[in-house]
Unconditional design. Structure first.
Length: 221
């Protein structure tokens, strides 16, 4: 019999039935022990600091924000791996989670029988992210959005936009406010304003609204 200690897992989700399902999935697999559970971000951070788990499974949209919990746990416990387990398959949540320090991103529609395999992988340096999301990550990395291709044509000012400035511009185009963008990207409002100012300047636009019009293809740089 193996003497290897089990991987200690913290489960944080405001939906109690989900916590039960995850706990059962891990209990049925050898090599795992659920060391703590939490229903919100504050509880997740507190439990993580107390228990020092190997893995934290966090819901993106639990009360207090799973992204905020990710930032704090990563800062306090850099050796702990964080995997998001969430209903959201939106690109914005995926990229915000990765920026916050998550090592993996799983959607709750997955077969939970595969969860232990995914968590063993993350401890071994893998990044458990479902295939459909990986495809979208690659498309975004390659800049396949036609609006990006048009704006980033050689010789345009827009080719100098950083990846963060692209994210801010895209969220502006979704009509999010400065506060909403800050929350989505886990940035301060002042940092978002700095990025917006840089976008406006680099696009040679008169305002943030004009920059969005350029992005939407209604005007030219």
């Amino acid at each position: 019999m193996s003497t290897e200690r089990p991987l200690r897992v913290l489960i944080a989700d405001d939906h109690a039935p989900t916590r039960d399902d995850v706990r059962r999935a891990l209990a049925d697999a050898p090599g795992f022990a659920v060391c703590a559970e939490a229903a919100d971000a504050a509880g997740a951070v507190e439990a993580a600091i107390r228990e020092r788990p190997d893995i934290c499974l966090l819901d993106v949209r639990m009360p207090g924000s799973g992204l905020a919990a990710t930032w704090e746990i990563r800062a306090r416990l850099p050796e702990t791996k964080i995997v998001m387990l969430t209903v959201s398959d939106e690109d914005a949540d995926l990229f915000a989670a990765l920026h916050a320090g998550a090592a993996g991103y799983l959607v709750k529609t997955m077969n939970l029988e595969r969860l232990p395999h995914a968590l063993r992988g993350v401890v071994n340096g893998e990044a458990p992210i479902q295939r459909a999301l990986v495809t979208r990550m690659v498309e975004r990395f390659h800049g396949t959005d036609p609006r990006r291709r048009r704006l980033a044509a050689p010789g345009t000012l827009a080719e100098r936009l950083t990846s963060r400035e692209w994210e801010v511009l895209e969220l502006l185009a979704e009509e999010l406010s400065t506060a909403e963008i800050a929350q989505r990207l886990s940035l301060s409002r002042s940092a978002v304003r700095v990025h917006i100012a840089a976008v406006v300047r680099k696009l040679g636009a008169a305002s943030r609204a004009a920059a969005v019009e350029v992005f939407r293809g209604r005007s030219e740089i």
